[in-house]
Write a protein that binds this ligand. Structure first.
Ligand SMILES: Nc1ncnc2c1ncn2[C@@H]1O[C@H](COP(=O)(O)OP(=O)(O)OP(=O)(O)O)[C@@H](O)[C@H]1O
Ligand SMILES: [Mg+2]
Length: 225
C-alpha cells in the first residue's frame, strides 16, 4: 500500500514541485501516473523511494512512514520496491544474471535461492536463455525485460515504472505492457507515462498530475489530452 497525505515538495532553490498531494494505492493494484513534462511524476516516485523527503505531509509505503524528518530506513524500504526506468539502468560490466541478482545479494539471500528466483524472473519476462550474456548483446526491448526481472526478484511488493516504454518502438511497448499486465495481480504498480495510447488501451486507474497537483483521479481509467 502507498498513501500520500497532504504532501508538498519544494526543491532547494526551485519552485514548489508538489502542492498538497493526497492519494492511496491499495496493495495489488495497477495505476497510471500521467501528466505533462515537469508536472511532478518523477518527484512522486522519488518520494516513494525515500530518495526525497516531503517538505510537509506524510508518505506511507508498506510499513514505512516518510515525513520531513531524516528517514533512516531507506535501505530497508528499497528492498520492497523495484524500479524500472526509461533508460533501463542496466550495468554494462555485469552479465544479465548478475544485473538481476544484484539487490538479492545485498539483501543476503543464499545462492541457491538467488539462482532459482533469477531463472524464474527471466522466464516471466520471456528471456530464459540470456542469463550469461552481457547487456551489449541485448536489444533495447530485451534490456527493459531485464530491468523488469530485476524489479520483481527478492519478494518486492511494489513496482515503480518511470516512462518505461519511452525508448521502445510500439511493438516492443506492447510486449512490455503484457508483462506488466501479468504482474499486476501480485504487485502494487505505479506506472508514470506520457503515452496516452497505453493508458487508453490497457485501462486502469489514472492519476493525472498537472503543475504539482492531482487534477483527476479516474478509477475507471482512460485519459484524453
Ligand atoms: N532536483 C531538482 N531541483 C530543483 N527542481 C527540480 C528538481 N527535480 C525536479 N525539479 C522540478 O520539479 C518539477 C517536477 O519535476 P519532475 O521531474 O517530477 O517532473 P516529471 O513530471 O517527472 O517530468 P518529465 O515528464 O519531464 O519526466 C519541475 O518543475 C522540475 O523542474
Ligand atoms: Mg519524470
Amino acid at each position: 500500500m502507498i498513501s500520500f497525505k497532504d504532501v508538498s515538495v519544494k526543491y532547494p532553490l526551485g519552485n514548489i514541485a508538489l502542492h498538497n498531494i493526497n492519494f492511496t494505492l491499495e496493495a495489488g493494484t495497477f495505476s497510471y501516473l500521467v501528466g505533462p513534462s515537469g508536472a511532478g511524476k518523477t518527484t512522486i516516485l522519488r518520494l516513494i523511494l525515500g530518495e526525497l523527503l516531503p517538505s510537509s505531509g506524510t508518505v506511507k509505503v508498506d510499513s514505512f512512514q516518510i515525513g520531513n524528518k531524516k528517514f533512516k530506513d531507506t535501505a530497508k524500504l528499497r528492498q520492497v520496491i523495484g524500479v524500472v526506468f526509461q533508460d533501463f539502468k542496466i550495468l554494462a560490466e555485469k552479465n544479465i544474471f548478475e544485473n538481476i541478482a544484484v539487490g538479492m545479494y545485498i539483501k543476503g539471500f543464499n545462492k541457491a535461492h538467488i539462482q532459482q528466483e533469477v531463472i524464474e524472473a527471466l522466464e516471466v519476462v520471456g528471456l530464459p536463455q540470456k542469463a550469461h550474456l552481457f547487456p551489449a548483446q541485448l536489444s533495447a526491448g530485451e534490456l527493459q525485460r531485464v530491468a523488469i526481472a530485476r524489479a520483481i526478484v527478492g519478494n518486492r511488493k511494489i513496482i515503480l515504472a518511470d516512462e518505461p516504454t519511452g525508448n521502445l518502438d510500439p511493438k516492443t511497448t506492447w510486449e512490455i505492457m503484457k508483462i506488466f499486465k501479468n504482474l499486476e495481480k501480485e504487485k502494487t504498480i505505479l506506472f508514470a507515462t506520457h503515452n496516452t495510447d497505453i493508458v487508453n488501451s490497457m485501462k486502469r486507474r489514472v492519476l493525472v498530475i498537472s503543475d504539482g497537483q492531482i487534477t483527476k483521479d479516474k478509477k475507471k481509467g482512460g485519459y484524453e489530452l
